[in-house]
Structure formats: structure tokens, C-alpha cells
Design a protein around this ligand. Structure first.
Ligand code: AMP
Length: 213
């Protein structure tokens, strides 16, 4: 099972990807998570990526393509994988196709999570994340049992640097310009399923599961 999750920031890709990967026991490859870890560890990639991320811009294609190419060659990807937040431009999609050809693999399905802009802004600005295990929360719709503390591992929750109202607007503009063309790209390859994601996490997950029936 080799999958891609597409969607605007805040469409719920990460939450759905975590749930599906747990169920199907495949690795969840989120370029955003990999880049945030690189920034936190101040690696060369992290230092190069930080200013783009803080401004809500895309990190240069060659940086992310290298990250994904290396990751896809790890042994755990043999049983499949889910790409979340990659590709994000036509150039990245073409590079991914080249890499998969080289590895003799192909993508089975692409799920596009569509959601309207007001809902995205509400979700992103209220999003809080566990500093240790990465679990997602929301200050109104997915509250932790204890304010600011992760239910799963009791670590502190934080707000991403790029989850502020100003940066969200920039990220949405970038999504429309750079990433929306991917919807047609994968539609033309007959790989795309659209899920309208203005619903609860469980309702959306039921629709995700149906895609694989
Ligand atoms: P995300 O967690 O997917 O919202 O990604 C957070 C930020 O990481 C984005 O706003 C970009 O700056 C960067 N990023 C993540 N994935 C990519 C990608 N495939 N291409 C370029 N930049 C990316």
C-alpha cells in the first residue's frame, strides 16, 4: 500500500495519516515532521529550511526530494508507506515518479482532503501539538484532558511557529498556487479520491477506510 495524502494546511491530513498508518502498520512519512525535527536538532537541512518554514514558504524542492528519496529506501517502506505533505509541487511529483520508477514501485492511491478556508484557519490557529510524541490537539474541538498537557505521554503541548494567523494566510496562498495543480495531475492518472473534510475526525476516517474497501 503506497499512498499520498494531499490537502491544504489544516485539512486534517496529519491526523488521518497517523490513524491510517497505525491501522495498516505502514510508515507515516511527513516531510513537515521530518523538517521540524531537523530544525529542532539544528542539522544542516534544518538550518537551511527554517527561514522558509517560518515564513510559510516551501522549502526548496531539492531539499525535500532528497529527504524523501532517502526515506523511501529504508527497509520499513518495503511494506508500503504514506506520504503526507509531499509532493507539494508538480516538480516534486515528477521527481517522485522518477524515484519510484527507479525503485520499481508505483503509487496506489492519492486522497485529496478538501476543506474551506475559514475552517482551515480555525483549525490551524487552534492547533496544539505534543512536544514529545507529536499527538495533535485543538483548543476547542480536541481538547486534552488537562490543559496544555498530552493525554498520551504527559508532555507539554506547543503551538507551531507557522500556525499563526498571518503565516496561515501565506501557507494557503502557497497551497493554491503550488499544490492545487497536483489534484489534476493525479486525477489524470486515475489515482485521486476526494474526501470533503469539513467533518469530524471519526467521520472523515470512516470515509478514508471506505476508499480501501
Ligand atoms: P506541514 O507540516 O506539512 O504543514 O509543513 C510545514 C512546512 O514545512 C511547510 O510550510 C513548508 O515550509 C515545509 N514543507 C513541508 N513539506 C514540504 C514539501 N513537500 N516541500 C516544500 N516544503 C515543505
Amino acid at each position: 500500500m503506497r499512498l499520498i495524502f494531499l490537502g491544504a494546511p489544516g485539512a486534517g491530513k496529519g491526523t488521518q495519516a497517523q490513524k491510517l498508518c497505525e491501522k495498516k502498520e505502514i510508515p507515516h512519512i511527513s516531510t513537515g515532521d521530518i523538517l521540524r525535527e531537523a530544525v529542532a536538532n539544528k542539522t544542516q537541512v534544518g538550518l537551511a529550511a527554517k527561514s522558509y518554514m517560518d515564513q510559510g514558504k516551501l522549502v526548496p524542492d531539492e531539499v525535500v526530494v532528497n529527504i524523501v528519496s532517502e526515506r523511501l529506501q529504508k527497509p520499513d517502506c518495503k511494506k508500503g508507506f504514506l506520504l503526507d505533505g509531499f509532493p507539494r509541487s508538480l516538480k516534486q511529483a515528477e521527481e517522485l515518479d522518477n524515484k519510484l520508477d527507479e525503485l520499481g514501485l508505483n503509487i496506489d492511491k492519492v486522497i485529496y482532503f478538501s476543506v474551506d478556508e475559514d475552517e482551515v484557519v480555525r483549525r490551524i490557529t487552534g492547533r496544539r501539538i505534543c512536544s514529545k510524541c507529536g499527538e495533535n490537539y485543538h483548543i476547542e474541538s480536541l481538547k486534552p484532558k488537562k490543559d496544555g498537557i498530552c493525554d498520551k505521554c504527559s508532555s507539554e503541548l506547543y503551538q507551531r511557529n507557522d500556525d499563526t494567523a498571518e503565516t496561515v494566510k501565506k501557507r494557503l496562498d502557497v497551497f493554491k498556487k503550488e499544490s492545487m495543480p497536483l489534484v489534476n495531475y493525479y486525477k489524470n492518472k486515475s489515482l485521486l479520491t476526494e474526501i470533503v473534510a469539513n467533518k469530524s475526525i471519526d467521520e472523515i476516517f470512516n470515509e478514508v477506510i471506505e476508499v480501501f474497501l
